[in-house]
Write a protein of this length. Structure first.
Ligand SMILES: Cc1cc2nc3c(=O)[nH]c(=O)nc-3n(C[C@H](O)[C@H](O)[C@H](O)COP(=O)(O)OP(=O)(O)OC[C@H]3O[C@@H](n4cnc5c(N)ncnc54)[C@H](O)[C@@H]3O)c2cc1C
Length: 533
């Protein structure tokens, strides 16, 4: 049995940052356990996301339970299973969220989490290469973030169309204000994906006090009364134990962090007993408060040739893109999943945007092996509420770390979410039918121009919407009875144990969740080093 000062479970967006910062002091002996492999060939090239999203070699490939809001469908729920976690398979869009998101967390009683207090961590984590105000942006951190310039008529036309419906261009939505339309900032540099594996782990692999163990599935936390003393994990069928002298930090993500707590007897007593798990500590909030973005994708045919990636991504066009990438590390192969986005207010008088829209410059269609590029030429525009109120839950279904948990999103259960989703679809329509788009000869495929009433749009949402893979909240930070960790990310009632990843977010941030997850990892490391466990 090995003894470490700190054990970090999960080398994802947050966990990689935690392990990097904790091991910066050579006196700290750190073990980082990751269930997945070291990397996947597609995880280096941005376009590789298209293959990683359905790839069992790098992905947990969960799916949700059928529910009324999905018209009985199971939604695909990909999660990264390799070093870098979901940052190694995600869409590489970089969005921090709004100042109000973090101020709300602080107002819930989470001292230290206001925007002013998290901003230094957002700055410390990034090396931002775009224009922007250094009051808000960092230039020397490990994570490389770029701001692509719009090229060609497609993106310029969309920006013009947005202006025609009153949405201004915002050069830095991660700066003073989020509102407006912009090219998506990207965790891409030199045509390569900037995962946390690449930016936080690769540079420190030779630290003698950091031991990274891959293909190591943590099955259980080891508890001595109300203190966590280590972990039990398996590598190639062999069960091992490691001891943590100071703390175990669970960073296994919004589904697997609550799973690990439940497997260890921490959670809702009746649920655990029913699965034959000995209850070690009652904590009713474990696995509750699951929040995610429920996202309808409007689809548009484009009559004008040569505009969309459907045209440019086939035959000779594709060959040209491959060559362009090989020579310059740019073009279609080096872009985020949705290279242009807008943050929009659903109605006048709001202090800050409540909707996000993201353009995918092509049409895709479902296939048994995941979405694939459509033979038709077109655009996809997704549009959704950024801070949905609906809450679901995730729980284990067996006392076995290999069995996927049951994921119930409970989307649209809060009436304002449904209303905002319909509003988002209407705003998407208004941009796509603005005069600037006329030369593209657009026609609406989905929801379809004949769906005009709120009920008709909502009916389509239930049949067609998906998530954009932003689950959070299942080990909520706070001090109310449903909170799982306190503001120092210590698990309530268990010494020596913290959770640090997207699961601790009390509410969803306004936008994509990779940046705030990394910030949580950065801040967690500071708290682990500076406060008692
Ligand atoms: C397909 C996809 C696209 C996305 N696109 C974007 C985007 O463009 N922009 C954006 O900001 N966000 C995006 N996201 C969301 C974002 O990537 C996540 O919110 C973020 O990575 C979550 O970080 P985390 O640290 O909480 O979890 P993760 O990064 O998922 O890390 C958890 C890690 O723990 C490991 N693990 C789990 N259980 C165990 C165990 N028992 N033992 C050992 N290891 C374990 C996992 O394998 C994984 O490596 C996307 C996510 C996905 C899946």
């Amino acid at each position: 049995m090995q003894t470490y000062d700190y054990i970090v479970v999960g080398a994802g967006s947050a966990g990689a940052a935690v392990a990097n910062r904790l091991s910066a002091d050579p006196r700290n002996k750190v073990l980082l356990l990751e269930a997945g492999r070291a990397s996947h060939p597609w995880s280096f090239i941005p376009i590789g996301m298209a293959w990683l999203i359905t790839n069992p070699a790098a992905n947990w490939l969960y799916s949700s339970e059928p529910e009324a809001s999905t018209n009985g469908r199971r939604l695909p729920v990909p999660r990264g299973k390799l070093l870098g976690g979901s940052s190694s398979i995600n869409g590489m869009v970089f969005v921090r969220g709004q100042a109000q998101d973090f101020d709300t967390w602080a107002q819930f009683g989470n001292r230290g989490w206001s925007y002013t207090e998290v901003l230094p961590f957002f700055k410390r984590m990034e090396s931002y290469a775009g224009e922007g105000d250094d009051t808000f942006r960092g230039r020397e951190g490990p994570l490389r973030v770029t701001n692509p310039k719009p090229r060609g008529s497609l993106f310029a036309t969309i920006i013009k169309a947005a202006a025609q419906v009153g949405i201004r261009h915002n050069p830095d939505y991660n700066g003073a204000s989020q509102e407006g339309i912009a090219m998506s900032q990207a965790t891409i540099a030199g045509g390569r994906r900037m995962s946390t594996a690449r930016c936080y782990l690769d540079p420190v692999r030779n630290r003698r006090n950091l031991h990274i163990e891959i293909e190591a599935l943590t099955e259980k936390l080891v508890l001595d009364g109300k203190r966590c003393t280590g972990v039990r994990y398996s590598v190639a069928g062999e069960v091992r134990e490691a001891l943590a002298g100071r703390a175990v930090v669970v960073s296994a993500g919004a589904f697997n962090s609550p799973q690990l707590l439940e497997l260890s007897g921490i959670g809702q007593p009746e649920r655990l007993r029913n699965l034959g798990i000995e209850v070690r500590h009652e904590l009713p909030g474990v696995g509750e408060n699951l929040r995610d973005h429920y996202v309808p994708r409007t689809r548009w045919l484009v009559g004008k040739k040569g505009i969309t990636f459907n045209d440019r991504g086939r035959g000779l066009g594709l060959a040209r893109q491959v060559l362009h990438y090989a020579l310059f590390r740019q073009g279609m192969l080096a872009m985020t999943g949705a290279p242009i986005r807008a943050f929009v207010c659903s109605r006048e008088g709001l202090e800050a945007p409540d909707l996000m829209l993201g353009w995918i410059p092509m049409l895709t269609e479902p296939s048994p092996r995941g979405p694939r590029i459509s033979p038709q030429s077109g655009l996809t525009l997704y549009a959704h509420a950024m801070r949905p109120e609906s809450k679901g839950h995730v729980h284990i279904t067996a006392a076995d770390a290999r069995r996927p948990p049951a994921i119930n999103f409970n989307f649209l259960s809060s009436p304002p979410d449904a209303e905002l989703t319909v509003r988002a679809v209407r705003i998407a329509r208004s941009i796509m039918t603005a005069p600037a788009m006329t030369p593209f000869q657009m026609s609406e495929l989905a929801p379809g121009a004949d769906r005009t009433t709120d009920d008709e749009i909502l009916d389509w949402v239930k049949k067609a919407a998906e998530t954009t893979y932003h689950p959070v909240g299942t080990c909520k930070m706070g001090s109310d009875p449903m909170a799982v960790v306190d503001a120092q990310l210590r698990v309530h009632g268990i010494a020596g144990l913290r959770v640090a990843d997207a699961s601790i977010m009390p509410t969803l941030t306004s936008g994509n969740t990779n940046a705030p997850s990394i910030m949580i990892g950065e801040k967690a490391a500071d708290m682990v080093l500076s406060t008692a466990t």
